[in-house]
Design a protein around this ligand. Sequence first.
Ligand code: NAD
Length: 293
Amino acid sequence: MEDLRGRVAVVTGGASGIGFALAERFAAEGMAVVVADVQQDALEEAGDRLRASGADALEVLTDVRHADQVEELADRAIAHFGAVHLVCNNAGVAASARSPVWEVPIEDWEWTLGVNLWGVIHGVRTFVPRLLRQGDGHIVNTASMAGLIPAGGPYGVSKFGVVSLSEGLYLELREAAPDLGVSVLCPGWVNTRIAEAERNRPPELAVERDDSVAARARKGLGRVLEAATAPALVADAVVSAVRERRFYVLPHRDEEWLMPVRERMVDILEGRNPVRRPVPGSDVLMAAMVEAE
Ligand SMILES: NC(=O)c1ccc[n+]([C@@H]2O[C@H](COP(=O)([O-])OP(=O)(O)OC[C@H]3O[C@@H](n4cnc5c(N)ncnc54)[C@H](O)[C@@H]3O)[C@@H](O)[C@H]2O)c1
């Protein structure tokens, strides 16, 4: 989609981090923006900030885990702006404590897959038929480098799922509707509030756990994210990909991030077993854990 001016974007998880940066960037390109998020106060603040910068913005309180709420989001966006052209299925969470996969509480699986994977599935099922009727548009699904490198646990499973779903969608739309674009966004570390994702965990999926372990994990991740890429740079990469109709969007292109992806592919092709390879920030994460012990 070359010309963004006058078009309408929907961004889930748009009240913070990468989602808010996308909304700001789309507004700067002259798009109207629908910001969807589960956190009411942050959502209102995001809408106010966008309008203060001169943008035409609408906020819709949405929990992407629920198909009916995503349908309602689409209906409200279209009722308000008349159409939707660019959809970013971006909302995502990460549980604050990691456990071996066999010990992960069922609530962590349900919450993480509910937001990160089902949220994207609902976004695709809701918006793609509308874009097909309209005849043009672009979908951007937020995965992660954790969708390309084994990260394990609910987060890694959700992001591998988003990559696979998006690849399938791309291939199917290329045949069915070549004017619709699809991209999958796979960032490395980005300076956002994802280390505090527990702020939006629904109470019915609460987990009793050792607070000190969760605090240690949060602290380590927080420290890595503080020094990480600004969300605005990720938004730049997304806008270029939408304009150029590029599918894979990897804002972190340094060899430290690309090497583990490449090596994993070679392991698979050469029949080698998985290897744990460090990614940037692993040392900082480990140091924060040890320091907090
Ligand atoms: N920050 C990183 O290092 C990083 C790296 C790779 C991928 N990602 C992905 O980027 C996306 C955005 O995360 P972020 O880093 O900007 O974090 P963030 O916490 O700053 O923003 C995430 C937003 O999603 C919202 N959200 C949470 N649950 C929701 C739900 N059920 N329905 C609707 N909205 C919900 C939150 O309220 C928040 O506004 C996520 O999919 C995340 O997995 C982040």
